[in-house]
Design a protein. Sequence first.
Length: 258
Amino acid sequence: MSTPVSLALLLGFFVALLVSLELGRRAGRKAFASDATRTRSAGLAAVETVSFGLLGLLLAFTFTGAAARLDTRRGQIVDEANAIGTAWLRIDVLPASAQPGVRDAMRRYTDARIAVYQALSKAGIKAAQAEYTRSVALQQEIWKLAVAGAKEVPPATIVLLPALNSMFDIASTRLAATQIHPPLIVYVVLAVLSLVCAFLVGYQMGGTDTPSRAHIIVLAFILSLTFYVILDFEYPRLGFIRVDDFDQLLVQMRASMG
């Protein structure tokens, strides 16, 4: 979800909330017009309590889950940088004749891993997929070169190959992490419940002679902004909340390889 799309979604949801509030206010004004005491029924109070409670609970769980996934993705970048660094150092256990080929492949692999997420942020999913495919091919090349070199020095099998395996595993883990999001129905329910609650708030405002427009706008803005931040947490390379700064760890690792 790109920044323009997410901003358009934020604006559309904000307008939808305003409309829902206004519809609720008009419905409340019509209902209260025939009730001089402007009292609420027990049934309406129960509906409000349940609706607002569910909205708060759903927002809390969705927000907390999105923030946790963002932290996980940041941690995975650190893990990959460490895994590449460990594998790079352990190439020293290979015979001198085998090291240049493995080191060259490692440099190209690190370049490809950096390019995957740069492409995802700038060029789109197709470009990122192409870079990921290239990195997978380089994994196979690195593995074959390392295995061939390790045959001459058996201890290298114990020292280097597990490090390479960990380096490959974290790449797959990071790919899976980009695809882990709540089901779409969760966001649909959250949006619908927000609109229902906005209607109920507007309905109660219908019992006042001069409802506060400022309060209406603030409520719509807070709900839509919260919804936007949740989506930004879920897609930290496409919005304002980003993990790009953590990519510098991989860039620095690549620079140390010469």
